[in-house]
Design a protein around this ligand. Structure first.
Ligand code: ADP
Length: 279
């Protein structure tokens, strides 16, 4: 009466009497699954435990920065700035690890409702404007009037777009340009982020949206990512029954990341509104 996870392998064999047969192996993988669960438990527990002290570190670092804005000399200011930036990076890493463990346990939730994503898109651009300005990059936003409503979790879609735009800023040289565009195409809302940056090598394309993947060489170039952003983005877009992909002519030729979300059908909007009234 017990349940067990089994990996099944079937191979054909040719016997001596020239008859075909099969060898079927049933491999009990319960132990492997248990270990996988333990790994997820450990990652999520460790990430949770790190959150609280880190919140204190981030808080005090910001306070230190504000209170000493005038008193410190340039090197002192630089040290505190590094402290703030590093603790923010660590915070992002922890949140990403928590998201990955929720995705893998299928408890990552999206709360889809009819939304016009214009405010979300503008908010994301405002978030990265300062960073792009520091790198002398231009950001162009192409948002036509009357964009269709989609069934989406605006907060999660904002996370995806922020990841794509932050990547575009990070992986594009000083003085480059970034274009964010939204358009309606064949029943979908397409949102694309195009940059004039380093582009994606052909051999990296198939692995780009997998966990912890980073194009080789980015570490040496001093970039500090985790390789989790695109994996999480892909999971979020798929939870919305959408698609995400990349187009790039190759190294040095920039890249375009696009995601497409299905446009909300009138009956979906009506059903959502009815459910709210019923509540
Ligand atoms: P991270 O940026 O934290 O490393 P991501 O999952 O967001 O993680 O991206 C994975 C990898 O894909 C990056 O490390 C980088 O090598 C490559 N990449 C992502 N976006 C771009 C881009 N716009 N231009 C060039 N390379 C990119």
């Amino acid at each position: 009466g017990e349940r067990a996870a089994v990996a099944l392998t079937i191979s054909t064999v040719l016997f001596e009497d020239q008859k075909n047969g099969f060898i079927i192996t049933f491999h009990d993988i319960s132990r492997e699954q248990e270990l996988e669960e333990m790994k997820l438990d450990f990652v999520s527990m460790a990430a949770h435990e790190l959150r609280t002290p880190l919140t204190a570190i981030r808080g005090y670092a910001s306070l230190l920065q504000m209170q000493n804005a005038k008193a410190l000399d340039a090197p002192g200011k630089e040290l505190i700035k590094r402290l703030v930036v590093s603790s923010e990076n660590l915070g992002n890493l922890i949140e990403n690890l928590l998201s990955v463990s929720r995705i893998e346990r299928s408890i990552f939730s999206v709360d889809a409702r009819p939304v016009d994503l214009v405010t979300t898109v503008r908010g994301v651009i405002d978030n990265v404007r300062q960073q792009a300005y520091t790198k002398k990059q231009t950001i162009t936003l192409l948002l036509p009037d009357g964009l269709p409503v989609v069934m989406a979790d605006a907060f999660r879609i904002g996370q995806v777009l922020l990841n794509l735009v932050a990547n575009a800023v990070n992986y594009t040289q000083e003085g480059g340009s970034i274009t964010v565009k939204a358009e309606e195409k064949e029943g979908f809302l397409h949102i694309s982020v195009t940059d004039t940056g380093r582009g994606i090598p052909k051999e990296a394309m198939p692995k780009l949206f997998t966990k912890f993947f980073r194009v080789s060489g980015v570490l040496e170039q001093g970039s500090k990512g985790t390789g989790l952003g695109l994996y999480i983005s892909k999971s979020i877009i798929e939870m919305h029954k959408g698609k995400i992909w990349v187009e790039s002519e190759g190294v040095g030729k920039g890249s375009t990341f696009i995601f497409a979300l299905p446009i909300a059908k009138p009956e979906e909007i009506a059903a959502y509104q009815k459910a709210r009234v019923d509540l």
